[in-house]
Design a protein. Structure first.
Length: 288
């Protein structure tokens, strides 16, 4: 992981922690290469998950390390989620890493699982929001004192102005837990309005990631992420997808692209997900 505050506490004693891949200004390249080499020696494979909003020099550092080591055992997985959503996804992959999945399946599961994370925020202004489509009308309303906006970045972008007559954000149709990170915005809307509307099974508080202010364009926010919390459901979801073998590096994968070498499946093998996968586990209660 590329930021320590994106490593959430484990949900059980079996979930491992994540290694921190330091930014260029925090660690010289030689030490970073040595750390990566040690991780490979200890674990065999490394899945480096990082947000699409990472600084270019930090992303170049990751590619440089892999290039210098000439290793095909390092997967660089970029995800387009807000900071709290990235943190949730990192923890889910940590949970899956103790299962009987191969490294290639765990790495490529990131794309699948990101579609089941409803990541958004309550904002006092959308004037500087450039990650989610914002209409001119919403921009104008953001200058009205006291305005608040509920924004969903994924899986489908949504934006509504919070108020008595406002339409609710479209949420998941399966059981989730809601992770909430309160910034400088004093509001209980997420807990008192959004959570009941989405019928979440539990609410958990956490700290606001350091990069959230830059991602959302304001520090006056309450960031949230609804997600599948139970390992048994995550396991069933990933298991339901057809596994393929990469024709280039021979790694096992799910989906249409290898997470380790980025090679796409040949056209004849590039199939859509099986019917029902998008709602797999929706009506299942968490297992023991």
């Amino acid at each position: 992981m590329t930021s320590a505050d994106l490593v959430l506490p484990p949900t059980d004693q079996q979930t491992p922690t994540a290694a921190l891949l330091q930014a260029p200004e925090a660690q010289v390249l030689e030490l970073a290469i040595g750390d990566m080499h040690l991780l490979l020696e200890q674990h065999g494979y490394v899945i480096a998950l990082y947000p699409s909003g990472i600084r270019p020099e930090h992303e170049r550092r990751l590619h440089s390390i892999r290039s210098v080591l000439e290793s095909d055992r390092i997967a660089l997985v970029k995800v387009d989620l807000p900071p709290l959503g990235v943190a949730v996804l990192v923890r889910q992959l940590r949970q899956l890493s103790i299962c009987d999945f191969s490294p290639g399946v765990v790495a490529s599961a990131a794309r699948l699982l990101s579609h089941y994370i409803y990541a958004g925020a309550l904002l006092n202004s959308v004037a500087r929001l450039d990650r989610v489509p914002v209409s001119l009308k919403s921009h104008a309303k953001s200058w009205v004192p006291g305005s608040q906006f509920a924004v969903l970045a994924g899986p489908e972008p949504q934006l509504v102005k919070v108020g008595p007559a406002a339409e609710p954000l479209t949420g998941p149709d399966f059981g989730t837990h809601l992770l909430v990170a309160k910034g400088n915005l004093q509001s209980e809307w997420v807990q008192e309005t959004l959570a009941p509307a989405w019928k979440v099974q539990a609410i958990h508080d956490t700290s606001v990631p350091a990069d959230s202010r830059r991602w959302w364009g304001t520090g006056k926010l309450v960031e949230f992420a609804a997600h599948l919390p139970d390992l048994s459901v995550l396991y069933q979801l990933v298991s339901s997808v057809r596994r393929e073998k990469c024709h280039w590096c021979a790694m096992e994968l799910i989906g249409d692209r290898c997470a380790f070498c980025s090679a796409p499946l040949p056209v004849s093998e590039n199939r859509a997900l099986p019917a029902g996968v998008q709602h797999h586990g929706a009506d299942e209660s968490p297992g023991p």
